[in-house]
Design a protein around this ligand. Structure first.
Ligand SMILES: *Cc1c(COP(=O)(O)O)cnc(C)c1O
Length: 373
């Protein structure tokens, strides 16, 4: 998204990505790193994040979106791209033709690969070790894997599972479930099946430092500077947000006659805003009205300005006390400095959602700009 005349933009900080990546590599130790760019790169833009990761030496990407995977390919990115899931068995020929590596979790998918493959073709096999989303159930995994191992042209390159968690109780659950997955890998080794890649831990397991016998980790959250776990599970370390700022400009400033209530703020009980302003940031951009009891604010000329209301395309601000406010003034939505900043954590509280939900709501829809030096 470039060339927009709408004064609303996001700033992505590639130095932050590099620093987060270094942090992740330290935690991963000798394990290989696979980067997750799913969900449009966690809202940061799948193609842009894939390119930035390639510049940082990441050669293997993982996403669940075939469309994102194809867009990454179309942009000329040569990374290995593994699909978490997604294609119907009937679409397997197209997946292979685009040099994407499918995840298989049932016989029908494996047979579709075998039917489409003209040469030895790598697949990843996903085991459901207890999450209950995608994957062959742990108890059935050995049988499926042995059946696939006998299929012509189908090479099981990787076997993985997913045990994400956010709380201390979740950590204990994940550690218990991991034991079942590790036992499966040992059983397979005993039968001569040794995939090149084995992987269980994502951001949460890596950050919590859970024991790991597998040889790869697949990380998303941490790369973007997001922690998926509560503070009592693990600190967020040196993580820095890659989506470092969202900014806009005042497109309208209006002085209301003294004593007259502005109806726009009615629902918050904000009365008598003598000066109000409008920025082009609305529900369509991921902005939301604050939850009951919360009052959200943006930052203008080094001061907090309260939000009176959010409509489809606009946010109306109470500029009372910022008499010098003028059309064109920069308004900080996310970002800031010197003790005066908005983070996604603030928006999560104001919106009554998680930090990731706040990020996902905003990003991916905003024009990107590199931060100014
Ligand atoms: C999303 C995902 C990951 C990465 O998870 P993060 O918590 O973002 O690090 C790893 N594995 C699977 C199967 C996933 O779906």
């Amino acid at each position: 998204m470039t060339g927009t005349l709408r004064p609303l933009w996001a700033e992505y900080d590639e130095d932050a990505l590099a620093q987060n990546l270094a942090f992740v590599r330290r935690l991963a130790g000798g394990r290989r790193l696979i980067a997750s760019v799913k969900a449009n790169g966690y809202g940061h833009g799948a193609v842009a994040m894939a390119e930035a990761l390639a510049r940082q030496g990441v050669d293997t990407l993982w996403t669940g979106s075939i469309d994102d995977a194809l867009a990454i390919r179309a942009a000329g990115n040569k990374a290995r791209i593994i699909l978490f899931a997604g294609p119907l068995p009937s679409d397997m020929p197209a997946v292979l033709a685009q040099d994407l590596t499918p995840t298989i979790h049932d016989r029908a998918g494996a047979e579709a690969v075998a039917a489409a493959a003209r040469q030895p073709t790598p697949i990843y096999l996903k085991v459901d070790a207890g999450l209950g989303r995608l994957g062959v159930p742990l108890e059935e995994a050995a049988g499926l894997i042995e059946a696939i191992a006998g299929m012509r042209n189908v090479v099981i390159e990787g076997i993985y599972t997913h045990l994400p968690f956010g709380t201390a109780a979740g950590r204990d659950w994940a550690a218990g479930r991991y034991a079942g997955f590790a036992a499966l890998l040992r059983r397979l080794t005993g039968r001569g099946i040794r995939p090149a890649v084995t992987q269980a831990w994502a951001s949460s397991g890596l950050l919590a430092g859970l024991p790991d016998d597998s040889n790869a980790v697949c990380v998303g959250h941490l790369l973007y500077g997001l922690s998926p776990v509560d503070a009592d599970v693990a600190g967020a370390g040196a993580l820095r947000p890659v989506l470092s700022a969202i900014k806009t400009r005042l497109i309208h400033v209006v002085r209301h006659a003294a004593g007259r209530d502005a109806a726009i703020g009615g629902q918050y009980g904000q009365r008598n805003a003598r000066l109000s302003g409008v920025v082009p940031l609305g529900l369509g951009d991921g902005m939301r009205n604050a939850a009951a009891g919360e009052t959200a604010s943006l930052i203008l000329r080094g001061r907090r300005v309260l939000i009176l209301a959010v409509s489809l395309e606009h946010t109306t601000l109470d500029l009372t006390g910022v008499d010098e406010a003028a059309v064109g003034d920069e308004v900080i939505v996310v970002g800031g400095s010197d003790g005066l900043a908005n983070g996604f954590r603030d928006f999560a509280r104001w919106f009554g959602c998680s930090e990731l939900e706040a990020v996902m709501g905003f990003s991916g829809r905003l024009a990107a700009r590199q931060p100014r030096a």
